[in-house]
Design a protein. Structure first.
Length: 109
């Protein structure tokens, strides 16, 4: 069997990348492998939500930190203008929201 290479930022019919699927499934090892293969940590879905937004929605601090370490931009906004910190706060993950707000402040220098 021969496997054809697939682009790690390819989107499915729902506009989701493999990295977004890995974050949504909370698969840290898959996330690491995708990032190592060149997946863009800022590639958004069809509504503008990035993998960091998904981590925020899930309250997945370790995944958010993994994405930030790989260059995810905490200032990214979805189509409604929400930041990943807003996504976390909206789901009641206030500790993660604070981590993401601090990341925004560091990003802005």
């Amino acid at each position: 069997v021969t496997f054809l290479p697939a682009h790690c930022d390819a989107v499915d019919a729902d506009g989701l990348t493999p990295l977004i699927h890995a974050v949504d499934a909370e698969q840290a090892e898959s996330i690491a492998e995708l990032l190592l293969a060149g997946a863009c940590p800022n590639k958004a879905d069809s509504q503008g939500a990035t993998p960091l937004h998904y981590a925020g929605l899930l309250g997945a601090r370790a995944l958010a930190e993994q994405l930030l370490a790989a260059g995810a931009d905490p200032r990214s906004k979805d189509e409604d203008g929400a930041l990943p910190a807003d996504a976390a706060q909206g789901e009641g993950h206030s500790e993660l929201a604070e981590v993401l707000r601090e990341a925004v402040a560091k990003f802005q220098g």
